[in-house]
Design a protein around this ligand. Structure first.
Ligand SMILES: Nc1ncnc2c1ncn2[C@@H]1O[C@H](COP(=O)(O)OP(=O)(O)OP(=O)(O)O)[C@@H](O)[C@H]1O
Ligand SMILES: O=C(O)[C@@H](O)C(=O)CO
Length: 428
């Protein structure tokens, strides 16, 4: 293993695994595996990039640091020469963490300063200019993220925000430097390190800027950011003769299918409506779940009754309804009950032969793959930006797609089911 990634959530992990497996033309990407938590065994010998998916975004900072350092130890033991800490492209964090504490702890363990911090993901509309994060044409704090239930993003100035979470000074390498190319960027990062700046916000407004950053960081032991920061990393290694390159390929999966959706984001709700137009769809009655009148068996029965037709089950509601449910039952109890519902339904479905599962939402994805007990997935072709086909490494023939709330085109769910079925037909 040459590159190791520590990701702070499950869908974020498959986002960056996708970026690394795909790479950029003409070189292509790396043979990539996504692990769910730190594996209790060594990586398979042919793996070039290992992505460890943690659920450390919203847990207490001390726990996030401990889990991330354990992941670092495992990755270093596999031979990684470069480590990436992946967080959300909307920099999801609070004034207490967890981006600053985890990034600083990793940097200290590796003994490095001048570490890039860049959440830019231009393909998904996230860009960083003069240290300020934009979502499309809005600043972060005016993008809807200021209303996020767990980590409201109320400050678009990443240097100021990260400073609140950090103990060492935070630097900035702005776009006027990035546009001068990799040499100037490398020099600016070295100067930042010389000033004692451990983390350095780096601008990127286009995919080309991300390639400049990757080139500047070719020798860096630690890089932090969204998935975009990894765009050019495979190219560095392939050009240096350290990796073979090529397109992601996995064995195809074949069998019954289910789409399970807990994400309540606007994008996901539009995707559900689109799916409803041509496929069987079941809305979970959340009151019935909370009162014990609806359980996993009901979901399994619906999916079984519509096998082959792309059945979708969702709990998603609009913000008013979500707020009312949270008011009645409490935010955590509802989330916990729904995550457990989807997890158990998925477990029963897979035990009975379902082989293609598409999940909407990061928390929901975490609950489902944890319940399935799969510990690692090979990364296959991209379905939509940030979402690849994942095929279980254990030979069980199970394929999944884990969709982050905001990702995917409107017809995502149907295309994801097709992509899972066709995964094996994509050429190496
Ligand atoms: N109707 C509902 N009312 C309240 N909570 C819900 C409802 N439906 C789902 N939930 C919970 O809301 C949470 C949605 O989070 P999840 O991470 O799955 O989606 P997301 O936030 O859109 O995705 P991402 O984290 O990838 O951006 C889950 O914990 C889920 O159980
Ligand atoms: O970076 C992103 O936006 C995603 O990979 C993610 O982390 C969503 O939770």
């Amino acid at each position: 293993m040459i590159i190791g990634v520590i990701a702070d959530d499950f869908t974020g992990a498959s986002d960056i695994a996708n970026t690394i497996a795909k790479g950029v033309e003409p070189e292509g990407g790396l043979r990539t595996v996504q692990y769910l938590n730190v594996p209790p065994h060594p990586a398979a010998p042919d793996v070039e990039a290992g992505v460890i998916a943690l659920k450390s975004r919203s847990i207490p900072a001390g726990e996030a640091v401990a889990q991330s350092l354990a992941a670092l130890d495992w990755l270093l033991a596999q031979g990684c020469r470069q480590i990436v800490f992946k967080y959300c492209s909307t920099f999801d964090s609070t004034p207490e963490g967890n981006i600053g504490p985890v990034a600083e702890a990793l940097a200290r363990r590796l003994g490095v300063l001048g570490v890039v911090a860049c959440p830019a993901f231009p393909d998904a509309g996230r860009s960083v200019y003069m240290g300020h994060l934009f979502v499309g044409d809005r600043l972060l704090n005016d993008s809807g993220m200021e209303h996020h239930p767990l980590n409201p993003m109320t400050d678009p100035d990443l240097r100021r925000w990260l400073t609140r979470q950090s103990t060492d000074p935070v630097g900035l390498v702005g776009w006027p430097v990035i546009r001068q190319g990799a040499g100037a960027t490398r020099d600016a990062l070295a100067e930042a390190a010389g000033r004692g700046e451990r983390l350095v916000i780096a601008d990127a407004i286009s995919n080309d800027d991300l390639l400049v950053l990757a080139q500047a960081c070719a020798e860096a032991r630690l890089i932090t950011g969204g998935s975009g920061i990894a765009r050019g990393l495979p190219r560095n290694l392939i050009r240096a003769g350290l990796a073979r390159g090529g397109r992601p390929a996995v064995d195809g999966v074949d069998g019954a299918e289910a789409v399970l959706v807990g994400s309540c984001s606007r994008a996901t709700r539009a995707q559900i409506e689109r799916h409803r137009a041509g496929h069987p769809v079941l809305a979970v009655d959340v009151d019935a779940v909370m009162e014990g009148r609806l359980g996993p068996a009901d979901i399994v029965a619906f999916v079984d009754a519509h096998r082959g037709a792309g059945p979708l089950v969702y709990s998603s509601s609009d913000p008013d309804r979500v707020a009312a449910l949270q008011e009645t039952y409490g935010r955590e109890p509802v989330a916990h009950a729904l995550d457990a519902l989807f997890g158990e339904a998925a477990r029963v479905l897979v035990a009975a032969g379902t082989r293609r599962i598409v999940v909407g939402g990061g928390e929901t994805s975490g609950a489902v793959v944890t319940a399935l007990g799969v510990t690692s997935f090979r990364i296959g072709p991209e379905i939509d930006p940030g979402v690849p086909v994942l095929v279980a490494e254990d030979g069980s023939g199970l394929g999944v797609a884990l969709k982050s709330g905001n990702f995917g085109g409107e017809d995502f769910f149907a295309r994801a089911l097709d992509a899972l079925a066709g995964a094996g037909r994509v050429a190496a």
